[in-house]
Design a protein around this ligand. Sequence first.
Ligand code: PXP
Length: 255
Amino acid sequence: MTGRLRLGVNIDHVATIRNARGGDHPDPARAARIAAAAGADGVTFHLREDRRHIRDEDLAAIAGAVSLPLNMEMAATEDMLAIALRHQPHAACLVPERRQERTTEGGLDAAGLHNEIAWIVRRLGEAGIRVSLFIEPDAKQIDAAKSLGAPVVELHTGAYCEAAAAGEKAKLERELEALRASAAYAAALGLEPHAGHGLTFDTVGPVAAIPELAELNIGHYLVGEAIFTGLEVAVREMRRRMDAARNLAPTGVAP
Ligand code: PXP
């Protein structure tokens, strides 16, 4: 797949800032509206078991604020399934979740948990919700996603971004190669590969250039940048860099 790469803007950390003081400000639904106006192709949020950022009442507010496809990141539990079925997001991304972690650390072990998650992949799919599995860029995990019948895999870019931040060049190249090989392998199996986690203005280019990738989901860095430049400017700049990595004009039209 080549051409325009979709950008899903993750608005979790707008809610993190709101929750630091209680109350309603800043409003994640307003962030979703601004992201849409700035060129986002979708809005992503993670309803965590501990509700540390996005809360249940945000889901309807976000859905009411934008007409973009919504991508709900969630743990593979009965409670989360019931919420997803009630709200019918366009997509559900199954992620591993541990209460103590600061953010999603590592991908879902789709291979090891195959029989424990098959039911929820099936139930979401039957409800018409596009299932994505957030996995490490690893052939074994991609094979498991294929055998589970998930149409989408989201490749974890965390190790690549950590290597970039630490200036570890050899590791960065290895991680980038794993992302490239995994995107190609997933696409060859008929899966739609996405990627995300930890991406920044500096790290997005080489990932966006991977031709098989259809979508990136980016949140924390954009919300951080929004403090300095505003969310609209931050999203537009991320879009520009994604388009540039694919030699597309900023409008998404090839020059
Ligand atoms: N994709 C998935 C599956 C995630 O869990 C997250 C973090 O919530 C992201 C993408 C976005 O990561 P970041 O906020 O670091 O850009």
